[in-house]
Design a protein around this ligand. Structure first.
Ligand code: MEV
Length: 423
């Protein structure tokens, strides 16, 4: 059995790999080769990636694709997407083209407020705490002046500090609930720094600070996106039926959490891919979005659908705390390039683009699910992946694709056809 290791982070990359190979990859004689295959020959670029995290031993590639033809508020976009799921970019591209001659996507940022909290325990009298808070409020702001100076110059900063009594939920629990405007930065470091300084300023003998941290639940950092057209334009033969089924699909997700989770997973296929491509924190976005989907107490669809006077409208309302400056957005060369491809958006503009990617993906999924079924589109890409796994040549790929046209694709089925061709 492998033993616990000390000082692992101090080892060189080669030493780390050697240790892992010796302890955990004994049977894989190619381990070092596989890991080094993904190193970048540009040493500076590799160093950049090494420095993103601790104990980097290689790079993990994900396809970086683009979905062209998105018309958003009259402007044309090619949306970069980093995702491994085979059908996502193809679906986004198809939907983008479909809506491009029907007015495109319309978007609107509703608000951009971010939240941070100082959680603390206080056993004394609530009214004494309220008086102390009133007395200290200006000092809390003053204590953060140095940190907020640049942000204030850019029009952001601390919006408000509230004392919240949470003792009904947990004995002696209170919080400073702080709201922020962080302009084009996601603001995590800025918010956390402000909170820690405030906590230090606020604490006293009878106030025990538990923790100070931003919240990834940002229901007031909200964006809306929608598409709309006459029902007849939705489908070549039966627009009314198509519209009705799309609406029913959303209604089902609104009353059935099992379906809603999968429905929203489809939304996140689009959202995460753009969030990752632009160097934003997809875990933060995921956490915040799903909490928002459950804000009524029941987990529901993030998208809405209505049919009014023969007009079909499909829309999304979603909280997105994103940045276009700072963090990975400016240090990862591909994130920088993604943002450039998107006309170097402000954080507000990026919120709109990302919401559109989510809406498009959900539209694509529901369109497939309520018409042909999801497997038709998936099968094509699934087949490519299996053929690659079986190391098929270009000619073999073509022959197998023709042989399996319209059929259900399985690994064994493809292998069988390929074997026959090869024989
Ligand atoms: C697959 O990644 C996403 C879907 O399951 C979404 C949905 O069911 O709406 C197709």
């Amino acid at each position: 059995m492998a033993e616990l290791v000390s000082g692992f982070s101090k080892l060189t990359k080669e030493e780390k790999i050697e240790w892992i190979a010796f302890n955990f990859l004994k049977e894989n004689t190619n381990a070092r080769e596989i890991l080094s295959l993904y190193w970048n020959s540009d040493e500076q670029l590799q160093q950049l990636h090494d420095d993103f995290i601790e104990n980097t031993i290689s790079n993990y590639y994900m396809p970086f694709g683009v979905a062209p033809n998105f018309v958003i508020n009259g402007r044309l976009y090619t949306i970069p997407m980093a995702i491994e799921e085979s059908s996502v970019v193809a679906a986004a591209s198809l939907v983008a083209k479909f809506w491009s001659d029907k007015g495109g996507f319309k978007t609107e940022v509703i608000n951009t407020v971010k939240v941070g909290q100082v959680h603390f325990m206080y056993e004394g009298n609530t009214s004494d705490l309220q008086s102390y808070f009133k007395f200290k409020k200006e000092d809390l702001i003053a204590a953060t002046q140095d940190i907020t100076k640049n942000m204030r110059k850019r029009g952001g900063g601390i919006l408000n500090i509230e004392l919240r009594d949470k003792t009904d939920d947990l004995e002696n629990y209170y919080q400073l609930h702080v709201t922020f405007e962080t302009k084009d930065s996601m603001g995590a470091n800025f918010i956390n720094s402000c909170l820690e300084v405030m906590a230090e300023e606020f604490k006293k003998d009878d106030i025990q600070i538990v923790m100070s941290i931003l919240s990834n639940y940002v229901p007031n950092c909200l964006v809306k996106a929608s598409v709309s057209c006459e029902v007849e334009k939705l489908h070549p033969t039966d627009g009314a039926l198509f519209a009705k089924k799309m609406k029913q699909a959303v209604e089902i997700a609104n009353v059935e959490p099992h379906r809603a989770v999968t429905h929203n997973k489809g939304v996140m296929n689009g959202i995460d891919a753009v969030v990752i491509a632009t160097g934003n924190d997809f875990r933060a976005v995921e956490a915040g979005v799903h909490a928002y989907a459950a804000k009524s107490g029941t987990y529901k669809s993030l998208t809405s659908c209505k049919i009014e006077d023969g007009v079909f409208t499909f829309s999304i309302e979603i909280p997105l705390a994103l940045g276009t400056v700072g963090g990975l957005t400016s240090t990862h060369p591909l994130s920088k390039l993604s943002l450039e491809m998107l006309h170097n958006p402000s954080a507000k503009e990026l919120m709109q683009i990302v919401a559109v990617a989510g809406l498009a993906q959900n539209y694509a999924a529901l369109r497939a699910l309520t018409t042909t079924g999801i497997q038709e589109g998936h099968m094509k890409m699934h087949l490519v992946n299996i053929l690659n796994q079986l190391e098929a040549s270009a000619e073999e790929k073509e022959k197998v694709t023709v042989a399996l046209k319209g059929q259900i694709v399985s690994y064994s089925g493809v292998a069988e056809v390929l074997e026959k061709i090869r024989a």
